[in-house]
Write a protein that binds this ligand. Structure first.
Ligand code: G2I
Length: 480
């Protein structure tokens, strides 16, 4: 292991513009420079200015959704495979490796100048039954584990910056989970897994990752003992991932001191799977507290030199794992079901030191506008919204959006202030509540850089109103 040669998170976070020096976090000149810099308008840029990465889990099935990918590429500098690098997907039967999903993620990341965070090599869950019930003895299972790690890590050598080598190895009481690996190989499997991964890619950073270890508690104490002993034995471990699947109003008070004690061992720490779930339906007050708590977790990371990044587990509430596993809970992410940024997004952006240059972030006290806060500076698109005809109980509206970037498929969204859409043209126009979503027709999805897309619709209301905020593929547009 040559950790000095390892790529630093900061270098990735800043698109290779910053150096690892920011991790020391002590240089006043650097801090002054950062303070004087203009506010950054995306999570990735704001995080990079602090020498951190801002990550998200990517759902492979959503890489064909332009709304999803535009947020993923614009806002995040690190991407974690939500499922496609897990054992059941990548080696569903012995010796049969399927790298297609992981390769798609690597391609996406490379197109968007993002770091890839590999998840995960050795885990009791999403483990195919040929491994979990294979009846292997210790020697055989060791060979199976070694082969899996070697194949996967070498396939992605140079492309994956971090690996969760061992995932969720602990019980809540701080003892080791009786997975097939622990039962068959004993605790030695953990050190072995790290050594094999290091041999396959000496440049990747190698982490152990778990949940419910954010506080100082029995489980994080067990982990602390384990990694201390691994380090003493010279095992090549670089980092600890704190999943941080949190519950509203339950952010642990000892989070920062807990991260700090692992950093003091010489390790990097990473918030790897952050979400904050709320009993459904979530009301405005809860969403506001959630925002404060996303900011709090971000600030905890920023307060610890050696906390190199924060990854959120999924982009929108619609994509989140939470409602499937915790029925009646949800709204755990930064974006809502319509891919609109929630208060949590703006709070996290601001906590990273970014935001609206106007300096009035969050000044709206939740009046009658649906709780919208000032968003990032509109960039990349300019929209016009023209009511071309209006009568007693109806109106005809034409929307045009000029885009700076070429598009291959588009989604335009806004909140309709009055009435309902009765028909649309040059787009598929649908409405849910007040939210209108227009996606391209089969013939007008491709728009060149600098080009303009247009569509129209009719409503059943003749009311007058101000032009709504319009987004293109999730990004707010300037409106004329
Ligand atoms: O459970 C939340 C996370 C806890 N830490 C480790 C992470 O790897 C884990 O992620 C979740 C994914 O977000 C889910 O998407 O892991 C789950 C499985 O343990 C994933 O769910 C599974 C579903 O249970 C399956 O039914 C589905 O076929 O995703 C699969 C692929 O979509």
């Amino acid at each position: 292991m040559s950790s000095l040669m390892r790529r630093t998170a900061a270098a990735f976070a800043a698109g290779a513009l910053l150096t690892g020096a920011v991790l020391t976090g002590t240089a006043h000149a650097e801090q002054a420079e950062r303070d004087a810099a203009p506010l950054q308008s995306t999570l990735r840029d704001a995080a990079a200015a602090q020498g951190r990465f801002a990550g998200t889990a990517i759902n492979d099935g959503l890489l064909s959704n332009p709304t999803y990918t535009s947020i993923a590429s614009r806002e995040f500098s690190s991407v974690t495979a939500e499922n496609v690098m897990k054992w059941e997907t990548i080696q569903p039967s012995r010796g049969n490796f399927n790298f297609s999903g992981g390769d798609r993620l690597v391609d996406f990341a490379q197109q968007n100048n993002q770091q890839v965070y590999g998840h995960t090599l050795v885990w009791h869950s999403q483990l195919p039954s040929w491994v979990s019930n294979g009846g292997f003895n210790a020697e055989q299972l060791n060979a199976v584990m070694t082969e899996h790690i070697t194949e996967v890590v070498s396939h992605y050598a140079g492309d994956v910056a971090y690996w969760d080598v061992v995932n969720e190895a602990f019980n809540e009481d701080g003892t080791l989970r009786q997975s097939v690996f622990q039962q068959t190989l004993g605790q030695q499997y953990i050190a072995d897994a790290f050594r094999v991964a290091d041999a396959a890619d000496p440049d990747a950073k190698l982490c152990i990752n778990d949940y419910n270890i954010e506080a100082i508690n029995a489980k994080s104490d067990g982990l602390y003992q384990l990694v201390s002993s691994l380090l003493q034995q010279g095992v090549p471990i670089d980092c600890v991932g704190f999943q941080s699947h949190l519950i509203l109003d339950q952010i642990p008070g000892s989070f920062q001191s807990n991260l700090q004690r692992f950093v003091d061992l010489g390790l990097e720490v990473i918030i790897t799977e952050l979400d904050i779930r709320i009993p459904m339906p979530a009301d405005q007050a809860e969403l506001q507290r959630q925002a404060e708590q996303f900011a709090e977790v971000t600030e905890v990371c920023l307060a610890v030199d050696g906390c190199v990044g924060v990854t959120v587990w999924g982009i929108s509430d619609r994509d989140s794992w939470v409602p499937d596993v915790f029925p009646g809970e949800g709204a755990a992410c930064l974006y809502d079901d319509n891919y609109q940024a929630k208060p949590a997004y703006y709070a996290m952006l601001e906590a990273f030191g970014g935001g609206d240059d106007g300096g009035d972030d969050g000044g709206d006290d939740g009046g009658d506008d649906g709780g919208e806060e000032p968003g990032p500076e509109p960039e990349g698109c300019a929209a016009t919204y023209s009511v071309v005809n209006r009568w007693n109980q109806g109106s005809v509206v034409e929307v045009s959006v000029t885009t700076e970037q070429a598009l291959s498929g588009w989604t335009v969204e806004f909140s309709l202030p009055a009435g309902s859409v009765t028909s649309g043209w040059n787009a598929q126009v649908s409405q849910s509540g007040t939210q209108v979503t227009a996606t391209n027709a089969p013939y007008n999805g491709s728009v060149p850089a600098g080009g303009t897309l247009s569509f129209g619709f009719q409503t059943d209301s003749g009311a007058t109103y101000d032009t709504p905020q319009i987004t293109l593929n999730g990004a707010p547009c300037a409106t004329a």
